[in-house]
Ligand binder design. Structure first.
Ligand SMILES: Nc1nc2c(c(=O)[nH]1)N[C@H]1C(S)=C(S)[C@@H](COP(=O)(O)O)O[C@H]1N2
Ligand SMILES: [Mo]
Length: 409
C-alpha cells in the first residue's frame, strides 16, 4: 500500500527529477532573506501609521506585546515610507514564483506516511501548517490589497498584521530546524530526505534550468512591478500596477489619485470657497478660516511624495500651503505643537480622519496644502485643502480637510 506508486503517499508517485534537497535549499535560502525583509518592512509600515497614537489610527487595538517595537515614526528622510513600501510590495510580488516553487519542491512530504511519527513530528507538522498557511495567507491578502484596493474594508491591516506574526513565528521555528541541513546541502550532496524521486522520469529541464525558470519569473514580476514607486515613463513599465480608477490626466495635478472626490462623496458646495471654513481647535479655543484667510497666512513650500501602503508612490511634488505648526500656534501652541486629529469633509470611509504625532506637526515641511506644482489643488487631490507630511504613508495625508483638533491625543 505504502509503496504503490499510484498513490501520492508513495515516494515513487513523484517523478520529477528536478526535486531534491539542493533545489529546495537554494529556494529556501532566497526565501530566508526575502521573507525576513518582507517581515521587517511590513512591521515598519504598520509603525508608520502611528497606531499607538490614537484609536483612530489603531487597527489592532488588541495587539498587546506584538506592538512592542512601535516608535514615533520619524519625518526624515522624507522618502522613508516611499522606500519602505516600495521594497515591501515589489519584493512581495517578486517572491511569488520562489514561494510557489519551494512549495512544489516539498510537496511529496505533505503526503508522506505515516502522517505522524512522534510527538516531535506532530509539532513539526503543525508548525508547517502555520508556515505554509501563513505564507499563502500573507501573499493572498497582500496581493488582493494592492491589486483590487480596499477589498477588505477596514480589516486589511488587522489581517495582515496578525497573519505576519503567525507566519513569522512558524518561519523562525522552521529556519532553526532546517538551516543546518540547507547549508550542508548547498555545500555538497547531502542526504536526500525523501525529496529525490526514487524512479525519476526522464528530465525535460535540468535543475539549474528549473532554477533559472523560477528566477526568470521573479525577474519578470520585478520589472513589471517596480515602476509603481515612480511616475512618468517608469510608471508605465508597471504593467501589473492597478491602472483602473481615475485617470489623473496631465498637468500639475496629473499624478496618481487613489480616490476621487466623487467616490469619496464630497459635496462640491460644501467644498466651495463660499461655504468651506477650516475649523481649528486647540488650547485657546476655535478659529474658523476661509481659504482666503489661509492664503494670507505665511505660506511655505515642500517637495514631498505621496506614498501609498499599496506600494505605489509619486515622485516629489511641490506642495504649497500653511505649516501645520503655524496652525497649532494660532490656537495656543506657539512653541512646540502637540498631536493633531485631522478630519475630512468626507462622511464615510476608513481614511476620512487620521491623527498625526507632535513630531510630524512640528516639521517645517508638514503642510496644509492649498496648491500643488504651482496650481490650485484639484478636487481629486483634496481641494480645498489637504495634509502632506514628510516620510508618512499616504493614509495620513488627509484630503478635503474640514477640521483640525490640536491637543495631546
Ligand atoms: N479624506 C480622505 N483622505 C485621503 C484618503 C481618503 O480615502 N479620504 N485616502 C488616503 C490615501 S490611502 C492615500 S494613498 C492618499 C492619496 O492621495 P492622492 O489621491 O492625492 O494621490 O490620500 C489619502 N487621503
Ligand atoms: Mo493609500
Amino acid at each position: 500500500m505504502r509503496d504503490d506508486p499510484r498513490l501520492p503517499s508513495s515516494p515513487g508517485f513523484w517523478r520529477s527529477p528536478v526535486r531534491g534537497l539542493r533545489f529546495t535549499s537554494v529556494l529556501g535560502m532566497v526565501l530566508l532573506v526575502g521573507m525576513t525583509v518582507l517581515f521587517v518592512t511590513g512591521l515598519l509600515s504598520y509603525a508608520a501609521y502611528n497606531p499607538d497614537l490614537s484609536p483612530v489610527n489603531d487597527r489592532t487595538p488588541g495587539k498587546g506585546l506584538l506592538g512592542f517595537y512601535l516608535v514615533d515614526w520619524p519625518t526624515d528622510p522624507h522618502w522613508l515610507y516611499r522606500l519602505n513600501q516600495g521594497v515591501h510590495v515589489t519584493l512581495g510580488i517578486t517572491l511569488i514564483p520562489v514561494l510557489l516553487a519551494k512549495l512544489w519542491s516539498v510537496i511529496p512530504r505533505l503526503f508522506a506516511l505515516p502522517p505522524v511519527r512522534s510527538l516531535a513530528h506532530a509539532l513539526e507538522r503543525l508548525s508547517l501548517l502555520l508556515l505554509v498557511g501563513g505564507a499563502l495567507f500573507q501573499f493572498a491578502t497582500g496581493v488582493l490589497n494592492v491589486q483590487l484596493d480596499y477589498v477588505f474594508p477596514g480589516s486589511f491591516y488587522t489581517l495582515h498584521f496578525y497573519g505576519a506574526w503567525v507566519f513569522f513565528a512558524a518561519f523562525a521555528a522552521h529556519v532553526a530546524l532546517k538551516l543546518p541541513k540547507a547549508l550542508r546541502n548547498l555545500r555538497g550532496p547531502g542526504d536526500e530526505d525523501g525529496l529525490r524521486s526514487p524512479r525519476p522520469a526522464p528530465p525535460t529541464v535540468s535543475r539549474r534550468g528549473a532554477l533559472w525558470f523560477v528566477g526568470g519569473g521573479a525577474l519578470l514580476l520585478f520589472v513589471t512591478t517596480a515602476g509603481r514607486s515612480f511616475d512618468g515613463v517608469l510608471r508605465r513599465t508597471a504593467l501589473l500596477a492597478p491602472h483602473g480608477g481615475a485617470d489623473p490626466g496631465s498637468g500639475p495635478n496629473g499624478f496618481q489619485v487613489n480616490k476621487t472626490a466623487v467616490q469619496a462623496g464630497i459635496d462640491p458646495v460644501e467644498a466651495g470657497d463660499d461655504v468651506w471654513r477650516l475649523v481649528v481647535t486647540g488650547r485657546t479655543g476655535t478659529v474658523r478660516l476661509s481659504r482666503a484667510d489661509l492664503g494670507r497666512l505665511s505660506l511655505h513650500s515642500a517637495a514631498l511624495p505621496i506614498a501609498c501602503v499599496e506600494g505605489w508612490a509619486t515622485s516629489d511634488q511641490w506642495w504649497r500651503g500653511v505649516r501645520l505648526r503655524d496652525l497649532a500656534a494660532l490656537v495656543g501652541y506657539p512653541d512646540g505643537p502637540p498631536d493633531v486629529l485631522v478630519e475630512s469633509l468626507q462622511r464615510r470611509g476608513a481614511f476620512r480622519r487620521a491623527a498625526l504625532r507632535a513630531n510630524q506637526v512640528a516639521d517645517p515641511r508638514s503642510l496644509l496644502a492649498l496648491w500643488v506644482n504651482g496650481e490650485e489643488l484639484s478636487p481629486d487631490h483634496g481641494h480645498p485643502a489637504r495634509v502632506i507630511v514628510p516620510a508618512a504613508p499616504g493614509v495620513l495625508n488627509t484630503k478635503w480637510v474640514a477640521r483640525m483638533t490640536f491637543g495631546d491625543l
